[in-house]
Design a protein around this ligand. Structure first.
Ligand code: LLP
Length: 429
């Protein structure tokens, strides 16, 4: 029996009850408490393998997008597999350095980098700063000058490409959006840059959005980056050695088709066919979403207005995707795979009507005390958790084979108030 458990990838049922690899979810909840995020190491390894095999023929380097799940143990796992990282803040830089990513492993995106963040990135000697405005370019040139450095820069292009994602908040590449530099002004910015002594244009980048199921927009973006690269080079402004196609690869939350990785690879090949370039990709969700479940215990059941309501000990502060994007996550009873027979709203304890995980969802009939698993919550779950309603953030557990470890301790009530004071030390204004 041990053998089949050890070799199973991800989540399986044995005698009706749910396991992550070789460990019963019941055991984890009993030992660590709830709510708790659980991640399967084997799923992360398998997704990384799947992606890198699909791209094996291309000169591609994977830079995992830290924002999807920024826990140190997850970063260390991805590092051990060979990934670099894509960061968007000084905090993410700190995490990346802490687990041993070095300069060349790191690219830095984001529309609002501060002087301090840029200074730290320049000091860390990172591979590329993906600049998103002309203003940022001037600030970076000053920062690098003060530090006596010449830094490699990729211009993040806003390619004006519409993508079909489940929510408007996860689209980033259309004209008028805050991300990137409009594609029709890239050449002018490259010209301005050529006169700046402390920044060196080496790359072009585009990130289209998130939870994208179709490869076609990637092909459009690749063509656009190639076109801009050729223009920049034929004007003698720079030699472009990296083309970064961003993240965005979708996953199956419920019944969405899995992304066609062969078609994705074919789209990237459009950029990879340019001589002398390396392609970067920045997947986040694809690598970690399926690895995670959020375990929560049912606290109460009640009826209102003809509806059944299941109240759990996890809330929107622990997992905000359903509230923020109306995203659908499958929800399963942990200890039983009985056919779903209860139609209910599954809600948290937070004092907001928007605090729900599912409405009118058919699930296995569950009583108070039973465990539910919210599936596909390894990406943008814990990393988006907050302390709203003064709720300590949950623990995180990593499972590998028949072992598990707490990789993030549950916050305590003392953690909540540690940085606060009820007796302000006033300063003269
Ligand atoms: N690169 C850049 C520059 C990004 O802004 C993002 C995500 C990624 C890569 C990774 O994208 P992914 O491969 O994970 O789709 N909180 C939202 C998703 C926001 C994505 C933000 N940017 C959600 O829960 O759906």
């Amino acid at each position: 029996m041990g053998q089949s458990l050890l070799t199973s990838v991800g989540y399986v049922r044995r005698d009706g009850s749910m396991f992550c690899e070789g460990v019963a979810l019941d055991t984890i909840a009993g030992r660590v408490g709830t709510p708790v995020y659980v991640y399967s190491a084997s799923v992360i390894r398998e997704r990384y393998q799947r992606l890198t095999s699909a791209l094996a023929e291309l000169p591609v380097h994977v830079h995992y997008s830290v924002k999807a799940n920024s826990s140190l143990a997850i970063l260390a796992l991805l590092k051990s597999l060979g990934a670099g990282v894509d960061i968007v803040s000084g905090g993410e830089l700190h995490r990346a350095l802490e687990v041993g990513f070095t300069g060349h492993d790191i690219v830095f995106s984001g529309v609002g980098k501060t002087v301090t963040e840029l200074e730290r990135a320049v000091r860390a000697g990172i591979r590329s700063i993906n600049v998103e405005s002309e203003g940022e370019l001037h600030v970076l040139n000053d920062v690098a000058g003060r530090l006596g450095a010449v830094v490699a820069v990729a211009l993040r292009v806003n390619p004006d490409i519409a993508v079909d994602t489940p929510h408007k908040y996860t689209r980033t590449a259309e004209r008028g959006m805050k991300f990137g530099i409009p594609h029709d002004t890239i050449l002018a910015v490259a010209r301005t840059m050529a006169a700046m002594p402390n920044v060196k244009l080496t790359g072009l980048a585009a990130h289209l959005g998130s939870q994208i199921g179709d490869a076609a927009p990637y092909a459009l973006a690749a063509h656009e980056l190639v076109r801009l690269k050729r223009e920049i080079e034929s004007d003698g402004l720079a030699k472009i050695t990296t083309l970064d196609l961003g993240g965005g690869l979708g996953v199956t939350y419920h019944d969405e088709p899995a992304p066609d990785l062969a078609a994705y690879a074919a789209a990237l090949a459009i950029a990879a066919n340019e001589p002398g370039v390396e392609i970067l990709v920045e997947p986040g969700r694809f690598l970690v979403a399926d690895a995670g479940v959020l375990l929560t215990r049912v606290l109460y059941r009640k009826h209102s207005g003809g509806k059944d309501i299941v109240i759990t000990d996890a809330g929107m502060n622990d997992f905000i995707r359903p509230s923020l994007y109306e995203s659908r996550h499958d929800i399963e009873a942990v200890s039983s795979d009985d056919a779903p027979s209860l139609r209910a709203n599954i809600v948290g304890p937070v004092c907001e009507s928007g605090d729900f995980f599912a409405n009118d969802r058919l699930i296995t009939d569950v009583a108070p005390g039973q465990l539910l698993a919210l599936r596909t919550t390894g990406a943008y779950g814990y990393s988006m958790a907050s302390n709203y309603n003064s709720r300590p953030r949950p623990a995180e557990v990593l499972v590998d084979g028949d072992r598990f470890a707490v990789i993030t301790k549950r916050e305590s009530n003392a953690d909540l108030t540690r940085r606060e004071t009820s007796a302000p030390e006033w300063m003269e204004g």
